[in-house]
Design a protein around this ligand. Structure first.
Ligand SMILES: *[C@@H]1O[C@H](CO)[C@@H](O)[C@H](O)[C@H]1NC(C)=O
Ligand SMILES: *[C@@H]1O[C@H](CO)[C@@H](O)[C@H](O)[C@H]1NC(C)=O
Length: 421
């Protein structure tokens, strides 16, 4: 101790900055250690020598870690912060610690943690965050922790974990996730399968258990019965004519996205047109009473039943329409390209050219350019002055809900002929 004080005095004399007054700084086994544990500290004290490699601030009363909290000690390899009252770790509090191997934040009140700071801690081998109040972890939180061997997240408030959360942890050998109030719904089914298959040791498996739903309360994840869960499938169909009425300029184009999946998928439309640019719509944006759910009437009207209505469909509404269905099991997308044409007109459209030919109900496509994939189905809405055998074709496609087979017949192109106007 005496020696240590002396060392600090020597440092004070100008060799380097002193050890902060409440702490003890020492050199042991080639490490520069700063011991500030059990000091009733309410903030990280300033004045550390820049070569500190081990810093203990355990058992104090730190309420939070602000940005730049450890700026003075960039060479830190071990940081002990257990048993404080830390609720918040601000962005930038830890990000500068690129050499950090061990971080202990256990036994705090952490609910607000800047997960993005972990992205720069690529040397981390031990991360203890157990006995806190963490309620969620972003899917990519651990994406840079390729050296992490031990991760402790037990005794928190985690309800669920996103599939793939632990995938980047290629060096992981020990994972503690017991005693969290897991919600055993479809979103967590992956964890059971992963835990069964992984070589990572997961202690206290009986306490890795469900809290909700109530029928599963207390059931260990490893004994979770099979749940009815499947990823969404989507089928996109279209209706150029409502109620079978003849189509005229100014008609309403209706796309219908029929999504299946368990749990019931949420729908999202992704639209790109020259008139509106890129539009993202979380469906529905129109209520059952026909009114906009937010703000003014939108150009594209998305209903809860999966229909997207575009009134007064015109040249500026040509473009790509995608329906994305998402649930806890995954996400599936189906797209259609919609073009508007008049007979005899050359159409140049996203990599294919064709000439509208009234008689066949199909575009003739230049042989060398074909749509690139099944998702590139194209609906050509064909403004015609003539008769309309093709309108019947379109009607069939709607009634049978099988536009795909029609698309095949027509070289992946479907022609919808409008009645005379
Ligand atoms: C850290 O710096 C101090 C002061 O320059 C020095 O006495 C000490 O030996 C250094 N520690 C290590 C581990 O290099
Ligand atoms: C969905 O609801 C809208 C608005 O009520 C309606 O116009 C549309 O026809 C419905 N779609 C289907 C497939 O029933």
């Amino acid at each position: 101790m005496q020696e240590l004080r002396l060392l600090c005095c020597v440092a004070l004399l100008g060799l380097t900055r002193a050890c902060p007054e409440p702490c003890d700084c020492s050199r042991k086994y080639g490490f520069q250690i700063a011991d500030c544990a059990y000091r009733d500290l309410e903030a990280v004290p300033p004045g550390f020598p820049a070569n500190v490699t081990t810093l203990s601030l355990s058992v104090n009363r730190l309420p939070s870690l602000p940005e730049g909290a450890f700026r003075e000690v960039p060479l830190l390899q071990s940081l002990w912060l257990a048993h404080n009252e830390i609720r918040t770790v601000a962005a930038g509090a830890l990000a500068s610690l690129g050499q950090l191997k061990s971080l202990d934040l256990s036994h705090n009140l952490l609910s607000d943690f800047a997960w993005s700071d972990l992205h720069t801690l690529g040397a981390l081998e031990l991360l203890k965050m157990d006995s806190n109040e963490l309620s969620s972890i972003p899917r990519d939180a651990f994406r840079s922790l390729h050296a992490l061997r031990s991760l402790q997240l037990n005794h928190n408030r985690l309800h669920t974990l996103a599939e793939g959360t632990f995938n980047p942890l290629t060096a992981l050998s020990h994972l503690q996730i017991n005693d969290n109030p897991f919600d055993c719904t479809c979103g967590l089914v992956w964890l059971k399968a992963w835990a069964l298959a992984t070589a990572v040791s997961i202690p206290e498996q009986n306490n890795v258990a469900c809290t909700t739903p109530s029928v599963l309360r207390g059931t260990p994840l490893s004994r979770l019965p099979p749940l009815p869960c499947w990823a969404p499938s989507v089928r996109l169909s279209y209706q150029p004519s409502q109620d079978g009425a003849e189509l005229r300029p100014g008609f309403v184009l209706a796309l219908h996205c029929a999504a299946d999946g368990q749990p019931t998928p949420r729908l999202h439309w992704h639209i790109q047109t020259p008139g509106s640019g890129t539009v993202e719509i979380t469906s529905p944006n129109i209520g059952t009473d026909g009114r906009a759910l937010q703000g003014s009437q939108p150009r594209f009207r998305a209903f809860a039943n999966g229909s997207l209505l575009i009134p007064n469909f015109g040249k500026l509404d040509e473009g790509a329409y995608s329906c994305v269905a998402t649930n806890e099991m995954g996400s599936t997308e189906s797209s259609v390209n919609v073009a508007l044409a008049t007979p005899g007109e050359d159409v140049v459209w996203h990599g294919f050219r064709g000439k509208a030919t009234e008689a066949k109900g199909c575009y003739t496509v230049d042989n060398e350019v074909q749509p690139s994939g099944p998702e590139d189905s194209v609906v050509i809405i064909y403004l015609s002055r003539g008769g309309s055998p093709e309108a019947a074709v379109a009607g069939q496609a709607w009634a049978g809900q099988r536009p795909q087979s029609m698309l095949l017949v027509c070289h992946s192109l479907l022609l919808v002929l409008l009645a005379a106007f």
